[in-house]
Design a protein around this ligand. Sequence first.
Ligand code: GLU
Length: 465
Amino acid sequence: MNEVRLRFAPSPTGHLHVGGARTALFNWLYARKMNGKFILRIEDTDLQRSTKESEKAIIESLKWCGIDWDEGPDVGGDFGPYRQSERVLKGIYDHYARILIDKQMAYYTVYDKSDRKKPILNTYEYPEKYIKEGHDITISFKVPEGTTKFYDLLKGDMEFQNSTIEDFVIIKSDGFPTYNYAVVIDDHLMKITHVFRGEDHLSNTPKQIMIYNALQWETPQFMHIPLILGFDRTPLSKRHGATSVEHFRNIGILNTGLMNYLALLGWSVGEEEIFDVREKIKNFDPSSISNKGVVFDPEKLEWVNGKHMRIMDLKRLWCEFTEWIHFTNKKMPESDEQYALRVMSMCREKVNTLSQLYDFSYPFFFDDYVYEQKFIDEYLKTSYAKDVLENALEYFAQLKDWSIEGTEKVCRSLSNTQIASKNKVFQLLRGVVTGKLVTPGLFETLSVLGRERVILRIKRALSNF
Ligand code: GLU
């Protein structure tokens, strides 16, 4: 049996959209499952819209997603992507365009010099004279009569009337190929066996099949996957909020969380909802992909991500956390690992993203946290605050046992002094040592922060009176 070969072929005209990441994931999963090859091809023949920054961002996002590829030009011992713009220079697309012209299945069009959109001649002959005179020349594919059929793994037999499709340009006047043409040449030369892509390409497929047929090439297996939708069931786009992989990375979604959620979008993996996609490679089956549109739910994504944060090894979470802090250029905690892991363990129970973890754990790592306004208004600016804090300072200064039980005892004694209710005392202490009113358990918080920080923070609060 032939080797199974799949590809992801982004156009570098923006960030990697979550829909693109899901397409890449499904192609990658199948390549990995079949012990085949997965390749990355940058489709950058639209010179107006393609940018190097976008290419860089897409590659960075794919790497972050854990989607790796198996071939490509050597870039310092690593595989770079294939780039169509580089293949143009090798004359690859011209070569096959000439073959099509020779077969009279494509033709040159010469345009008027003053009105560059106006065709003045269609010909199978090489229009050398016009080229020398500086006319714009394109090459178009001649759509044959009849019908074009193909089998889609998800949608079954598809049939298009060729009469509904007009001849289309395959080489533009700048010498670059168009998408529908270059994609066929490359998928053939790269021996692609399966093309899984978004349903938005369904109308392109008959044009591509016609080119395969004209060159007498075998077609790959196609699967057109329903698009990811927004809440209003229109294709997910910027109108629904940020949709790039980079955005979700920025807000502190883990790559494992995002990949898990994207796998759930349209693929019925099984009973389990929380998993590492790499462990599901063997289960991946294109026939279990749904042919219905799926709605992107950012809250569900966060929920999935929170689960990942809570089940992952603590050291790994700390590592992911510090990498994310570095990535987002936030202030890096300077902390020994043992302390950091205790903080991670405590704080991850209450958050779903690394960004929430950052805010939530901030007072454990830094002294410059700020008091929430609600804490100031409802607890700090009260008649009892000063007395409670003076007592607290005295009690904590004497405390030897800083275990959770130890700090609990102090908190309970403080609330027994009858200056204020237990709840008020606890919230006051909580706010003083963290700035917040919602934190991990108070006794544990105090225990983890430890003597030095707690005393310093109470003193600092008292200095305001
Ligand atoms: N460059 C195309 C895109 O980004 C690729 C589509 C395909 O997979 O054929 O949409």
